[in-house]
Design a protein around this ligand. Structure first.
Ligand code: ATP
Ligand code: MG
Length: 716
């Protein structure tokens, strides 16, 4: 009887319940945006705990962001109370990978207190190696090598696994050699990069049978959200861990696969059934998030993609407002209009927390920031210009890393002459030489060189006092609370004084940031835990909890929802991005279109799409035309407004003049290319009725049926 049902089941529909109650065996939930996939996964976690099918420590739950992990923890906490305490294996792939790797670091030649490098450190290291290999860094940039190495790691390839073709991608076949050198160097530094967190663990799981068996035993249940965005190394990892018990539940949506540039493979959805025969495939079709107009607009756009698995979506919500398409003159006007609209929302009693601005590219945020600062509108940037990436924060963290991790050469290099201590390049070169000769960390070399007569008296004094300080800080680390230790380190090193001496507003801001850093640390039990947090999160959550508008990229908005969403910069060259257009190919354009689908489906009640006629790009004004995705919005779900006279007819004319580079690429629908269809869809009607709710879309009936069926049958 429903009354006796636990709370977490009560609000779920039948297929969601199925996903929750089918605890054993492989389960794949394949469903569109807002259908309650994450909600079902959360309930499933609650169910496993509530029915005591597993201890919290026996469930591996992978979320896409740290924020999502936090939310899931809170939601499960509300559903089942304290049982959620100690869910050590709930987090992102990276967080879980880091935790596992710390337990087995020695198996890949690291110590358990290894440092996790960020991109900056990674690049610095690669530059050194490229120089040492006598390569011209201008011709073979460190960034390219970093990209390749990340790609290899995403595919689960160690240097030994690379074939000649892969190696050929850098410096005429020297890719493999440099990758290997990089890995050696990381090991010597007792460090790893993000890719290593998973790659090293994969190596261990493949090689050490007892370790694998231990985890296969431990994880009674495995659950994965946003499964469509897993890459190969993550997939291989999951497959190994789930092989024994096969209690794995993945939820995802092929239409929301937006991370192929990071190696994500939507094919993993198809592989699931092959690797886990007899998997139960569950489809959710009722959308609880968005109004029919919003869903209809999103479905109309995504219907232009080919080779989709095919899903139906419907909702019982009221039609609501049409999606607004707003054409403005230029970027500043776009920001002004959005600011005005948000203030109107505020006056109508809406919370700023329920409003988001989603952009395609990071640089788009600045225009909004400028405007919001001018009008005093509270905002937060998520995943953008991050607190932990600011110079003073990086410097302070480098000091702490040197204290926590004496072998961290990169951190040592960063602080050795910051603030200026009168250590010349010559003196530092000598320290480097000694370190290389002896194969010891720089900090150790700095201490040893004091016993020689290699340094000038001045350099010797300066270095001697730093070495003495570092030794003292390390010894204090045991006694002092880490926030106090941090204050002391920053004061005694002269770092705080350096900014105090500079009497500018900027320096004052930096000092405030340093204070904020110490405040942030107070939430962590140890310096090590804090440094780990910084490496993983790199995300500036505001301390004050006043409501704020959220500004973020579409990529960062995955899985989230807001009442009102502003979608800025829907123009050719911005969205779809110029890069996607230049690289050409249907695949990159279709990934942009999936981004458009993700963007629209973040909105619950109201979506406003903006496009500007003029943009300043690299300091030059250029005129732009609205995105093809605007043209793909079904006319009866949108309401257009333009602040320019003749705006709309102008851009429609524009579209029909342009040649569509994809007109003849693998569509085979017999319909015309984008701009012709745009005119056709205006006023067309695909909304019908069905018992118990309104059809908002039957997205894939607009695609060639044959394609959809064959892809779909591979799964269901
Ligand atoms: P996305 O694809 O964007 O990640 P999702 O499928 O994970 O979406 P959720 O975020 O889980 O969807 O749910 C969307 C919204 O619908 C949430 O506000 C959630 O609380 C609500 N919801 C989910 N299931 C139900 C249900 N059975 N009854 C009522 N509301 C529900
Ligand atoms: Mg979700």
């Amino acid at each position: 009887p429903p009354a006796a049902e636990p709370a977490y089941l009560r609000s779920l529909n039948a297929p969601q319940r199925d996903a929750v109650l089918t605890t054993d065996g492989p389960v794949l939930v394949l469903a569109g945006a807002g259908t309650g996939k994450t909600a079902a996964l959360t309930a499933r976690l609650a169910h496993l705990l509530w029915t005591r099918k597993a201890y919290p420590s026996e469930i591996l739950s992978v979320t896409f962001t740290n924020k999502a992990a936090r939310e899931m923890r809170e939601r499960v906490g509300r559903l089942v109370g304290d049982a959620v305490e100690g869910m050590p294996w709930l987090g992102t792939f990276h967080a879980i990978g880091a935790k596992m790797l710390r337990r087995h670091a020695e198996l890949v030649g690291l110590q358990s207190n290894f440092t996790i490098l960020d991109t900056d450190d990674q690049l610095r290291l690669l530059k050194q190696l490229i120089q040492a290999a006598d390569l011209d860094e201008k011709r073979w940039p460190a960034r390219s090598l970093a990209g390749l190495i990340d790609g290899w790691k995403n595919k689960g390839l160690t240097p030994a696994d690379l074939d000649a073709g892969e190696s050929e991608l850098y410096a005429n076949g020297r890719g493999q050699q440099l990758y290997a050198a990089y890995q050696d160097r990381l090991r010597a530094l007792n460090a790893c990069d993000f890719g290593d967190l998973l790659l090293h663990m994969l190596t261990i799981l493949k090689r050490e049978r007892d370790v694998l068996a231990q985890y296969q035993q431990r994880f009674r249940y495995i659950m994965v959200d946003e499964y469509q965005d897993t890459n190969s190394v993550q997939y291989l990892w999951l497959r190994l861990l789930a092989q024994e018990r096969k209690n794995i539940c993945c939820v995802g949506d092929d239409d929301q696969s937006i991370y192929s540039w990071r190696g994500a493979q939507v094919e993993n959805i198809l592989k699931f059934e092959r690797d886990f025969p007899g998997a139960k495939v569950i489809r959710l079709e009722q959308n609880y998030r968005s109004t029919p107009h919003i869903l209809g607009a999103a479905s109309g756009v995504i219907a232009n993609n080919s080779g989709r698995l095919g899903k139906e979506l419907w909702t019982e919500l009221d039609a609501g407002e049409k999606v607004k398409v707003l054409g403005v003159w230029d970027g500043p006007e776009e920001a002004r209009r959005v600011g005005d609209e948000i203030e109107a929302c505020q006056r109508a009693g809406k919370s700023l927390d329920e409003i988001a601005i989603l952009v395609r590219a990071q640089h788009q945020t600045r225009e909004f920031e400028d405007r919001f600062i001018a009008i005093g509108l509270a905002y937060r940037i998520v995943g953008g210009f991050r607190f932990y990436e600011r110079q003073e924060i990086r410097d302070a963290l480098a000091y702490l890393r040197v204290v926590a991790q004496p072998a961290d050469d990169l951190a040592f290099e960063r602080i050795v002459n910051t603030p200026k201590r009168g250590l010349g390049d010559k003196a530092l070169a000598k320290v480097h030489q000694l370190a290389r000769r002896e194969g010891i960390p720089l900090a150790t070399a700095a201490a040893r060189i004091l016993d020689t007569d290699e340094l000038t008296p001045q350099a010797r004094r300066a270095l001697g006092s730093l070495v003495g300080d570092m030794a003292r800080w390390r010894s204090m680390a045991g006694e002092l609370q880490h926030p106090d230790l941090t204050r002391q380190v920053l004061d005694e090193s002269g770092y705080t004084a350096m900014w105090q001496a500079e009497k500018s507003a900027e320096a004052a801001g930096r000092l405030e940031n340093l204070n904020e850093l110490v405040r942030a640390m107070e939430e962590y039990e140890s310096l090590g835990a804090f440094l780990e947090h910084v490496s993983l999160v790199m995300d500036n959550e505001n301390a004050a909890d006043e409501p704020k508008v959220t500004i973020m990229t579409i990529h960062a908005a995955k899985g989230l929802e807001f009442d009102t969403v502003f979608l800025a910069g829907w123009e050719e060259g911005l969205f779809p991005s110029q890069r996607a257009l230049d690289e050409g190919g249907l695949a990159s354009l279709e990934e942009e279109r999936r981004l458009a689908y993700v963007a629209i489906t973040r909105a619950r009640r109201r979506a406003v799409i903006l496009h500007a006629a003029n943009r300043r790009i690299y300091g030059q004004w250029t005129s732009s035309i609205p995105s093809r995705f605007v043209a793909e919005l079904p006319g009866h779900h949108v309401e257009t407004e333009t602040t320019m006279s003749g705006g709309e007819s102008l851009w429609r004319a524009n579209w029909s003049e342009r040649a569509d580079p994809f007109a003849d690429v693998g569509r085979g629908t017999g319909r015309g290319p984008g701009w012709q269809r745009a005119a056709g869809t205006l006023g067309a009607t695909s909304t019908g009725t069905r018992p118990g709710g309104e059809w908002t879309s039957r997205t894939f009936t607009r695609e060639p049926q044959r394609v959809v069926e064959s892809r779909a049958s591979a799964v269901s």
